[in-house]
Design a protein around this ligand. Sequence first.
Ligand code: DHE
Length: 486
Amino acid sequence: MKRLLLIPLLWASAAHGAPDTAADYRQHCERCHGLNRVGATGPALLPESLGRIKPAQIRQVIEQGRPASQMDAFAALLTAEQIDGLVSFLQQPPAQPATWNAEDTRNSHRLLADLSQLPDTPQHHADPLNLFVVVESGDHHIDILDGDRFTVLDRFASHFAVHGGPKFSPDGRFVYFASRDGWISLYDLHNLKLIAEIRVALNTRNLAVSKDGRWVLVGNYLPGNLTVLDARDLSLVKVLATGSRVSAVYTAPPRNSFIVALKDVNEVWELSYADPKPRFEPRRIQARDVLDDFSFSPDYRQLLATSRKAGGGQVIDLDSGQVVTDIPLVGMPHLGSGTYWQRNGQWVFATPNISKGQISVLDLKTWKLIKQIPTLGPGFFMRSHINSRYVWSDVFFGPDNDAIHLIDKQTLEIAHTLRPMPGKTAAHVEFTRDGRYLLLSIWDTDGALIVYDSQTLQEVKRIPMNKPSGKYNVGNKIEFVEGTSH
Ligand code: DHE
């Protein structure tokens, strides 16, 4: 029916010469992608949302649609010229700047289940602290996995492009997701049910949950601000203007505070939630450079942040508020994905590098570089567990992206290089709570989660999945254990 109606319109458009792209957007795209491209049932189509997608990919999606989604193929409905017009139109900011305010946020809030009517004990037979939450990025779904039997307990559609680590309530019952489109979702792992959702921005970075489980803080790019939500139902508590895009937010449990990295000003913010009624007023710490990416020291006293000006990293002491030292690191270290462990009684920290095939290992006391480990290519994620002899580090970019290096935590040598599915990207690892097994993603449309025995390195199970990206073990996350992301 839709096609028949469109034929005369297509003819009319062609007959009048150059396409009217804004009209094409209104006619074909607006119903799903929203007025002014801010998103509706489909994702937002703003430059901030599409920045990571190449024009050829945008064209392919318009022409061929997206399988297993509501995105139709338009190759038969639009001329090549009209599609070209749309591809460049979508990469430009809208004529009227897209906006999102507190009222929009409040209006988007939806309660999807009545928590007071749900049992407060697990309604499944799996160990609630050994569940895994898996993001299947290929078709925007979330899987909940039993971490003992490696079976899927639930699978549900997420908002478009869930990114960053989902975060958990301190008891491990609730998990919070952020999508790049600004949607925050709350899911009950005891009842395997979505509880609430709210849209806080047009483009979001990530979220953090306070140690006491009362607050969710979300860091946003568009508009550049912070949103505080009530963790019980995601209702809006406060919006804080930052005057900058927010690179990332994290909770610092021993400090009873959130730490915020800003992308456009040289500042780190600390927001205390120690008070029973926190005001979320920022303590501003002057940094030497803007912060794209950072990791904490094991005691959460210092943070190690990427600094292009320092040619690598800057170490900031959160107590004194001073920059302690610069760390010269070549290429683009991905400090947020780094990990630490004990070696000869000392804490060491290792970071992958997203522009060079190397891993840098630093002494966390002196901040001196201990070793540069050459790898088969730039990497994205590193992971370990206190019971694992190795750190698993992927080779995300380049011809060897199907390889994963196992680095011996004591000798700092690459002990093994695995190629789990030759030709397909192998990336991102998470261990079971006891560290006996680990799950690795084969980041491909015909991908899989591969379960390995962490001692024998034998494959135990392969679960087919559509581009599985990150996976998160409840116990490891709520205990903030060594080796995993925080
Ligand atoms: Fe991520 C985590 C930033 C691109 C997959 N990524 C994070 C976090 C930050 C970040 C700040 C920490 C969030 C947290 O833990 O709450 N990511 C960035 C970027 O700045 C970058 C380079 C560019 C961008 O456009 O955002 C970027 N990230 C990507 C990707 O292209 C990846 C590979 C695919 C995707 O989903 O977009 C990707 N990022 C991830 C994953 C995590 C993540 C899987 C969670 C890691 C973890 O183990 O906790």
